[in-house]
Design a binder for this molecule. Sequence first.
Ligand code: GAL
Length: 400
Amino acid sequence: MRMSSLPVTALSAILFFAVQPFSSQAQDVALTPPMGWNSWNYFAEKVDDPGVRAAADQIVASGMKDAGYIYVNIDDTWEGQRDSNGVLHTNAKFPDMKALADYVHSKGLKIGIYSSPGPKTCAGYEGSLGHEEQDAQLYAAWGIDYLKYDLCSFIPEVMEKQAPNDPPAQMRLMHAAYTKMWKALKATGRPIVFSLCQYGWDAVWEWAPSVGGNLWRTTGDIQPNMYSIYANMSLQAGLASYASPGHWNDPDMLEVGNGELTPAENRAHFSMWAMLAAPLLAGNDLTHMKPEIRDILTNRDVIAIDQDKLGKQGSRAYVDGEVEVWTRNLSGGALAVAVLNTGDTRYSTHPFHLYLSRFGLHGPQKARDLWTGKEMELSEGMALELSSHDVLLLRIAVPK
Ligand code: GAL
């Protein structure tokens, strides 16, 4: 039958199915920033099957699942060797990946995995170069729901070898490598969140959606200290227009509960990631999580900012010395405001004055403090006391 003789409805159905599998993946997953847990920030190379099961158990037991944390993501160091057919096997730490995925799914959670477009991962394990389709099929057969694809050895082994001293050509090779894995994932027919990890090279936010990225790291690796957290946060200023449902800037996984972060720093880190519509991937040891850390990670009001369905990332509204004010437009016309004391030695003895007019509000405003739950009235120039590295996170339901 010639296409022109098909009834319109049949023609649209054919077009729908022809076009849909190719174009829909980015829209169907990660409509809000992915929430879950990732093994790297705390466990690094010590991640193993029992540890991942324990994390899944704790996500449920701690209330994190009910608060929206769904992905249990295995980072680097699960990979073993390829057999003579090129099929990748897990190493001894992960005896049966399919059984592990089934276990995570049985908890109502989803499971993520990690690879590199290069021959090796960052930790020197087997990468996907030359085996993209085979690996994507393997992930789908295991029931994987999320892939973090980390550039690593692709830089020296492919970009620098194939295009020495030619950065634009190197970047084209990088784009092609991400496109290749995207196509391989799509060909599996399984919805798999595609997370690009190439540290923000070549203004990744401008092209990541065109290679299937649902989220993309915009920075180098985060560390559990306020300088690193602040550096990664600052690099998001100016990127708000690149975020939208299905497509997120990723300032890296959470360090809440790690290192020596103070309660104020943990709150500030979590608040700012919510303002940035950042993925909320907890990176701490959930089995030994203190109640105060669980309370931060499960604050529903803060999570609601992050997960707001409009998907509009916040922006830095103004800076006054060591105090920064960020705002984020929310659905229903609401506004989130974060006031962050970035100073190391600026104590609550020295108040900061909040100028609502600098982000377009006029006259007194009713707001809710999302960490105390208290209602407040904001006024132009009001004094705010914030201790070093602390944050005031507000929701203004009806901004005037
Ligand atoms: C880095 C990446 C980290 C982690 C690590 C694993 O390149 O940024 O988040 O995945 O590799 O080796």
